[in-house]
Design a protein around this ligand. Structure first.
Ligand code: PEP
Ligand code: MG
Length: 576
């Protein structure tokens, strides 16, 4: 009988294969302590093991750089630095010298304590680095005890293998032969773990966080999985298998068809260019934007840098992330949105009061304009990073010109402060706003006169226009951007932006909806920003129509009064 499990979709794609279950690697050693006379010998043994680990990691980094990419190889290089970091090596040496521990025990305890410390900082990114620390500890232990590396097993798997493991260390993932491994299923892990990042870069579908996959799945079991939706089926029945095989074939064909578009522009048949950009929530996703063949980042949701921790990221921490994204994508533009906290994005240390209606409350730019220090440190970090690429700064939830002016004042203060300190700031930074409150769309003319661009946030624009909470399933039917009232606000925003000579994009979910693409092009949108996976298809749609046809589509939709009729008509245009 087949069994279905639901986990976290960590790397997209469908795959089928035979399970190879990897139990956690046991490295054995006797835990006896050492005599005082053996301290120097034990420290020398430890130093030698560190040397071995570092050279293994450097070699692995070179392999990964050639096989996957330089950014991924950095993970191994960072691990090599962790292994030889004095904070770690001195800790181990002092455990050996002072507590007369064996090198194995000292490494085990020191690496585990450092990993726990990283996990305890309440930061998702640093918690993910705990896996790197444990990986480093395991590697040094393997060198000390002469244990065979699990990575070697991973490099010798048969074709069409689905790896099932409790967890995979990043270095193990990097050692995988991508021609033989079709999928990864893990008990642990999440989307931001390095293993997930590597799996995505290597194009291997992965489902993580399943809890007991290593117990429920046996060696040799046939497994099918969907890395987008995060499900895994073990021993699928014939009907399901047939259906799945067909879905894989369809996906493959589509990928092939779409891959030829990667380096081509999103241009209509009559030469009208649309900028196709991506929405990201972390620095690590920048690589996906390039892989998708996108023209830049249309929305970097910086609130994810503030979530799941006990205090805001420092100016320095933010600067490093913005700098990395801007340089990785340069000269492509990157729209970085200032902190959009509040609503459903709860950040405990910001002391947002309990509110009856958080979505209508103290959030986004409203909060930043009161928490001046927080806002200024983000603006300083952004401006310092501005010389590393093409930066566009965007303020969220602007409802009125007073807010735009106040936010721009803060921007000018941060800029003047930096310049007075001799810090260089790029002179081509654009400053724009999200159009996601109906008042902003209605007054688009007033706002357009005082900023460089608009990006329409349909997720909030729909909820405020239709008075339907975007997270409430009871009113989900009202959360539809194809309502004529919403379309009129979008059209107005675009035409007013153009009348004032500024560009206008869209970064709400609507931008990546296939039926919306011809309509938005016809309305005159300049940029569409979406999940990287949606870019190839959106590009195909743009390249398949003429601007004149798209305008005619909007003219037709403009006359329709029923959103179901609008949807049906638009879906008909893009159905394949
Ligand atoms: C939006 O509201 O459409 C938007 C892009 O912002 P968020 O989804 O982060 O609120
Ligand atoms: Mg929003």
């Amino acid at each position: 009988m087949s069994l279905k499990f639901q986990g976290i979709g960590a790397a997209p794609g469908l795959c089928k294969g035979k399970a190879v279950v990897l139990k956690s690697q046991k490295i054995e050693w006797s835990s006896s302590s050492i005599g005082a006379a053996d301290v120097d010998k034990e420290i020398a043994r430890f130093n030698k093991a560190v040397e071995t680990a570092v050279s293994q990691l450097e070699e692995l980094a070179n392999q990964v750089a050639a096989k996957v990419g330089e950014a991924e190889a950095e993970i191994m290089r960072a691990q090599a630095l962790m292994a030889s970091d004095p904070g770690f090596t001195e800790d181990v040496a002092s455990r050996i010298a002072q507590s007369l521990m064996s090198a194995e025990n000292a490494v085990q305890q020191a690496s585990e304590e450092q990993a726990k410390m990283l996990e305890g900082l309440g930061d998702e990114y640093l918690a993910a680095r705990a896996a790197d620390m444990r990986d480093v500890g395991r590697r040094i232990l393997a060198a000390l005890t002469g244990t065979a590396d699990r990575a070697v097993v991973l490099g010798r798997l048969q074709p069409d293998t689905v790896i099932v493991a409790d967890d995979l260390a990043p270095s193990e993932t990097a050692a995988i032969d991508i021609h033989n491994v079709s999928g990864i299923v893990l008990d642990k892990g999440g989307r931001t773990s390095h293993t997930a990042i590597l799996a995505r870069s290597m194009g291997i579908p992965a489902v993580m966080g399943l809890g007991t996959a290593t117990e429920d799945i046996s060696d040799g079991d046939l497994v099918i999985m969907d890395g987008n939706k995060g499900w895994v089926v073990v021993k699928p029945e014939d009907d399901l298998l047939k259906e799945f095989d067909e879905a894989i074939e369809r996906e493959e064909r589509r990928k092939q068809e779409l891959s030829v578009l990667k380096d081509l522009p999103a241009i209509t048949t009559d030469g009208h260019l649309i900028e196709l950009a991506c929405n990201i929530g972390s620095g690590q996703e920048a690589g996906l934007v390039l892989d998708a063949g996108a023209d830049g980042v249309g929305l970097f949701r910086t609130e994810f840098l503030f979530i799941d921790r006990n205090s805001p990221p420092s100016e320095e921490e933010q600067f490093e992330i913005y700098k990395q994204v801007l340089s990785q994508l340069a000269p492509k533009p990157v729209v970085i949105r200032t902190l959009d906290a509040g609503g459903d994005k709860f950040i405990p240390y910001l002391n947002i009061p309990d509110e009856e209606n958080p979505f209508l409350g103290f959030r986004a730019i409203r909060l930043c304009l009161e928490e001046k220090e927080l806002f200024r440190s983000q603006l300083r970090a952004l401006l310092r990073a501005s010389t590393f690429g093409t930066l566009r700064i965007m303020f969220p939830m602007v409802a009125d010109i007073h807010e735009l002016r106040a936010a721009k004042r803060e921007y000018e203060i941060a800029k003047a402060e930096l310049e007075s300190q001799g810090v260089q700031v790029a002179d081509n930074v654009q400053v724009g706003i999200m159009i996601e409150v109906p008042s902003a769309a209605i007054q688009a003319d007033v706002l357009a006169a005082e900023c460089d661009f608009f990006s329409i946030g349909t997720n909030d624009l729909v909820q405020y226009t239709m008075a339907s909470d975007r997270g409430n399933p009871k009113v989900a039917h009202l959360s539809d951007p194809f309502y004529p009232a919403v379309l009129r606000l979008i059209a107005r925003t675009i035409s007013e932006a153009h009348r004032h000579g500024i560009w206008v994009g869209m970064c709400g979910e609507m931008a990546g909806m296939e039926p919306a693409v011809p309509l938005l092009v016809g309305m005159g949108i300049d940029e569409l920003s979406m999940a990287p996976a949606s870019v190839p298809r959106a590009k195909e749609i743009v390249r398949s129509i003429s601007y004149e046809e798209a305008k005619a589509i909007w003219e037709k939709v403009r006359m329709m009064t029923d959103k179901d009729e609008i949807r049906a008509y638009l879906e008909g245009l893009v159905s394949r």
